[in-house]
Write a protein that binds this ligand. Structure first.
Ligand code: SAH
Ligand code: SF4
Length: 346
């Protein structure tokens, strides 16, 4: 049965190499396989024409090549597209494709649901269903790429869809390794961004990893009390410890950490908050993305007025920080940050 077979897309490049060594095959064969699986994205072993028929048959007996196809694609007037996928076990996840000037950014999910329970996020309200496999993370990329015209290509990947990527550490890291591998997806590590609430032990491990990518941290408050109220995880991994770790986090030359800050009216949007942020981020190479809340039924907050958002941004910029207000794309199809719930619309 298919499910008892091994999904080849779950192997990292080195795992694939060891796996095929057990067939007595040379290293370059694993490179050929990587290309077929991820770069070209074939569905059947028969298509792997530079592998011998015998080897293909052997592989077919114990392995399979998984794929995802969208259950629904919704398009927003601003060009944003939301892809809904149903997984083998019936769980549903979403990916969002966002066109912006010269970029085409693909936002991927790393978990079905999320256990972190941030009070302003609909994915958080679902709770955690389960972690995605490496294959399921990567198959979102292949499935979306298949819908693009020859001229279009995904330029940036952000792990900012459903789920907390560092709570699914091993599978997410393996997926990033393949996304940036020259024989697989070949994205530049500067064009892959992982967004996290800031799980300290996982960030400590990340600091020692060879796999490179950009880091974004969801800050969302400027003091412990507010952050704990908005993001329960702050009680376990407090702001103070998180920022202390950010100060010593090894970054590539000229790289900065992006701090995301969802603005909620009357909660975290005062000039005092902005000034406190300046002090907090002083010694960290950083930039700030301000995201006015995407409101939704069931979310007990509102977004601040444009004036209030501008005032907040100005205080940060006058203090010498790069602060960008993120336009929320795809809100009308519930594809904006924090709106992913894996539901179909009729
Ligand atoms: N779990 C990770 C990545 C997914 S959430 C994380 O939290 O970082 C991606 C971003 O969406 C986070 O910065 C989060 O703070 C933001 N977000 C969540 N709900 C939102 C909402 N309702 N409006 C605006 N941004 C939201
Ligand atoms: Fe999870 Fe991120 Fe939503 Fe928080 S904001 S509940 S960590 S997906």
């Amino acid at each position: 049965m298919k499910t008892e077979k091994v999904d080849l897309k779950n192997f990292s490049p080195s795992e694939l190499e060891s796996f095929i060594a057990s067939f007595g095959k040379e290293r370059y064969r694993s490179i050929q396989l990587l290309r077929w699986l991820h770069k070209i994205g074939v569905h059947h072993f028969d298509e792997m024409t530079n592998l011998s028929k015998g080897f293909r048959q052997e592989l077919n007996q114990i392995c399979f090549i998984s794929s995802l196809s969208p259950l629904q694609i919704e398009k927003s007037k601003d060009g944003t597209q939301k892809f809904l996928f149903q997984l083998e076990d019936g769980n549903r996840i979403e990916s969002v494709l966002i066109p912006e000037k010269k970029r085409l950014t693909l936002c991927l999910s790393t978990q079905a649901g999320c256990a972190m329970g941030c009070r302003f996020c609909l994915t958080g309200k679902m709770g955690l269903k389960r972690n995605l496999t490496t294959a399921e993370i990567l198959n979102q990329v292949l499935a979306v790429k298949k819908t693009l015209s020859d001229k279009a290509s995904v330029t940036n990947i952000v792990l900012m869809g459903m789920g907390e990527p560092l709570a699914n550490y091993a599978n997410t890291l393996k997926a990033i390794e393949l996304m940036t591998h020259p024989d697989a997806f070949k994205f530049s590590s500067r064009r892959v961004t992982l967004s996290t609430v800031g799980l300290i032990p996982e960030l400590e491990s990340l600091a020692k990893e060879k796999t490179r990518f950009r880091l974004a941290i969801s800050l969302n408050a400027s003091d412990e009390e507010t952050r704990s109220r908005l993001m329960p995880i702050n009680r376990r991994h407090p702001l103070k410890k998180l920022l202390e770790l950010c100060r010593r986090f090894p970054l590539p030359p000229r790289a900065r950490i992006t701090f995301e800050y969802v603005l909620l009216e009357g909660e975290n949007d005062s000039p005092k908050d902005a000034k406190r942020l300046l002090t907090l981020l002083k010694q960290i190479p950083s930039k700030i993305n301000l995201i006015p809340l995407n409101e939704a039924p069931g979310i007990p907050y509102q977004k601040p007025s444009e004036e209030r958002v501008r005032q907040f941004q100005e205080i940060l910029m006058e203090g010498g920080l790069t602060a960008i207000v993120r336009a929320s794309k795809g809100a009308e199809i519930s594809a904006a940050c924090g709106q992913l719930q894996g539901k179909t619309t009729d």
